[in-house]
Design a protein around this ligand. Structure first.
Ligand code: NAD
Length: 336
């Protein structure tokens, strides 16, 4: 059975969505929508779908099984509420919402109709993170995680709107890192955070260092900078150290993963394959889109539960907003 989808938002990142959807078995994107007709038509021509500029009209007419929302955050609430009236599964790109009220309304709109809501939270679907999660069982009780995402890659070239975002590092990549921390170590009860504006050419805080206390008692140190001078530049890799009572997993630049356990070190290469439509260094991200969408196809088939769900991602939004508050006030914020 083929699940029919409509993509809303034919911008920079949606190209990855479409390249991956085109190759995903059991799924077909039948409509592509953008308020800019030229963008919708370019996607329609490239990927063989119908083009449109009015999401409400397209969804009412095409009645898809699922809707993939790839617009920027300001439009997410209205589009999720609209999609919940027309499909049985809705995917929303990150950042999920700007406020907790918006996020809660989006979760409620889907829950009321029995619609599955998932957030395109692809960092947890990156191959090194999938491998880390799969190998964690052998480490004993997880006690400490360090996640580091630091680079100097020009992210503003493809996404010029980022230069205007006030809490840039926390809301663009911080929430990916927080989702990974919650995925690996569980819910967070307390957060402290220092933010920095490093690049004078951008408006927002483009670096942060956060300290998380998890409900389990574990601690995570999460850091991010978009203005680091590193050769070779690690973009877009997240580096990690996860310590349990019986072993540690280390992820270093070049996708090298090392398992420290029982007086031995075992090494693995966790570099993902570069999709035939992809390019390095984006292959890490592109492969994670492929993995996430394969998961969505399994959810549509009834073979998996959406991960992360909208409800779970609301917790990540709450943590991100708390980290922003901690950065502004210098106070530790309680989430429990
Ligand atoms: P973009 O501005 O290039 O594309 C967004 C598109 O949505 C634009 O073409 C715009 O015209 C269209 N649009 C806006 N409102 C619309 C509406 N109501 N109906 C139809 N079309 C509408 O942005 P982008 O860089 O592609 O980013 C899109 C989203 O993807 C952002 O939320 C961003 O954070 C996210 N993103 C995620 C990742 C990731 O790794 N998960 C990476 C990059 C960007």
């Amino acid at each position: 059975m083929t699940h029919r989808g409509v993509l809303i938002g034919c911008g920079f990142f949606a190209r990855n969505h479409m390249e991956a959807w085109t190759r995903q078995a059991g799924v077909k994107i039948v409509g592509v929508c953008d308020t800019d007709p030229a963008k919708a038509e370019a996607f329609a021509a490239a990927y063989g779908a119908e083009a449109g500029t009015d999401a409400a009209e397209m969804l009412a007419r095409l009645r898809p099984d699922f809707v993939d929302i790839a617009t920027t955050v300001g439009s997410h609430r209205a589009l999720v509420e609209l999609a919940a009236r027309h499909a049985r599964l809705v995917i929303c790109q990150k950042p999920f919402a700007e406020t907790l009220d918006d996020g809660a309304a989006m979760v409620a709109a889907c829950a009321e109709r029995g619609v599955v809501l998932t957030v395109h939270e692809n960092f947890r679907w990156q191959r090194p993170i999938r491998e880390m999660k799969a190998r964690m069982d052998g480490l004993g009780k997880p006690r400490f995680l360090r996640l580091s995402f630091r680079h100097g890659y020009d992210i503003y070239a493809n996404q010029p709107y980022l230069a205007e975002v006030p809490d840039l590092a926390l809301t663009d990549v911080g929430l990916h890192l927080f989702d990974m921390a919650r995925h690996l170590m569980g819910d967070v009860v307390r957060v402290a955070c220092e933010v920095q504006r490093r690049n004078p050419a951008v408006k927002g805080e483009d670096a942060f260092t956060a300290l998380l206390r998890h409900a389990s008692g574990a601690v995570s140190s999460v850091e991010c900078s978009f203005h680091s001078v590193l050769e070779p530049d690690p973009f877009p890799q997240s580096l990690a150290l996860l310590e349990g009572d019986e072993g540690s997993l280390e992820l270093t630049q070049g996708y090298a993963m090392r398992l420290h356990k029982g007086g031995r070190v075992e090494s693995f290469d966790t570099e993902p394959a570069c999709p035939d439509w992809g390019a390095k260094p984006w292959h890490l991200i592109q492969d994670s889109v492929v993995a996430f969408q394969a998961h969505v196809a399994a959810v549509l088939d009834g073979r998996a539960e959406a991960a992360p769900s909208g409800a779970h991602n609301l917790g990540t939004l709450r943590l991100t907003l708390a980290a922003i508050r901690a950065g502004q006030t210098g106070q530790t914020v309680d989430l429990a």
